[in-house]
Design a protein around this ligand. Structure first.
Ligand SMILES: Cc1cc2nc3c(=O)[nH]c(=O)nc-3n(C[C@H](O)[C@H](O)[C@H](O)COP(=O)(O)OP(=O)(O)OC[C@H]3O[C@@H](n4cnc5c(N)ncnc54)[C@H](O)[C@@H]3O)c2cc1C
Length: 261
């Protein structure tokens, strides 16, 4: 099986700061990690390769420092990596991100399956997986918690829904997004770490992809972050007077007036 796994580098802290002028994240001096959900995607890709043979390609769109994360992916079992990095890709929303990833994946010959995490812990939209499937013209299955069986051109998958599970058969190639219940990611092996150290991480730019610049980065984004802010907390406390019975009666009246009861 020829498997592509999408990995995003995210800030490894909740103490992020926002640039008030641009409404973008201040990423300097932040320790980055691989998006936790994507570690399950990678592990599943590696397990499928071990079961059916083939190879795993880890792909990421991000700044040059995402190279370190891709080395970690090799240490954890990926065979090859691609980093999509170019100033032209900066400021991408989910639509432009999915478009750019799709253009790169189309260049990977004979892929059978694309695996994403269910969502990131920074952007948090969960939109890239389904948008990617749309760009590639492939079926998409979200919240996958088990891959039951894969035969030539076909895969049987279990996905989580609110009140249980769904068993789905899909033709391949397909795009799936996985939840953390799917597996327990392995620790990198010593052999993997040595392999990762010497690995060449190819970097593909907008020119390499041959993409229309108006379709990527900020220019290719359908949305703009206008403002990021913490919701204002408005609390009106009031101490009820009188003895306990009076307080209860007064509380009931207030709740009735505000139509809570
Ligand atoms: C409020 C807000 C503020 C933002 N601010 C900034 C900012 O300041 N600077 C900035 O650069 N971006 C910013 N973005 C983020 C940008 O829109 C997202 O990085 C990008 O579009 C991916 O969306 P997501 O993080 O919601 O991914 P999701 O849709 O939640 O990701 C689902 C899965 O898709 C895959 N995936 C997602 N992104 C990538 C990727 N880049 N490479 C490989 N695989 C990927 C992963 O497998 C992931 O688990 C912001 C987004 C929002 C909503």
């Amino acid at each position: 099986m020829n498997i592509v796994v999408c990995l995003k580098q995210v800030p490894g802290t909740t103490q992020v700061k926002i640039n008030p002028q641009t409404n973008t994240l201040i990423r300097q001096d932040i320790k980055n990690i691989v998006n936790p959900f994507d570690t399950y995607a990678l592990e599943e890709g590696v397990r499928l390769k071990e079961r059916y043979g083939g190879k795993v390609t880890a792909i990421s769109m991000g700044p040059p420092q995402a190279e370190g994360m891709l080395r970690e992916a090799i240490a954890a079992g990926a065979d090859q990596t691609i980093l999509l990095s170019d100033r032209a890709f900066a400021g991408a929303d989910t639509l432009a991100t999915a478009y750019t990833l799709a253009q790169a994946i189309k260049k990977i010959e004979g892929y059978d399956l694309v695996i994403c995490g269910r969502q990131t812990i920074d952007g948090d939209t969960g939109q890239v997986g389904p948008e990617l499937a749309e760009e590639l013209g492939l079926p998409f299955i979200a919240y996958v918690n088990k891959i039951e069986e894969t035969t030539t051109g076909q895969m049987r998958i279990q996905r989580m829904i609110e009140e249980g599970h769904e068993l789905i058969e899909t033709p391949l190639p397909a795009v799936i997004s996985v939840v953390k219940e799917i597996n327990v990611p392995r620790l990198p092996s010593l052999r993997g770490i040595i392999k990762a150290k010497d690995a060449i991480i190819p970097v593909w730019t907008a020119h390499n992809l041959g993409v229309d610049p108006s379709m990527v980065g900020l220019d290719g984004s359908a949305t703009r972050v206008v403002k990021i802010f913490f919701p204002e907390r408005v609390r009106h406390g009031e101490k009820l007077q009188g003895d306990l019975e009076d307080q209860v009666a007064s509380l009931i009246e207030k709740l009735r007036k505000s139509r809570v009861i």
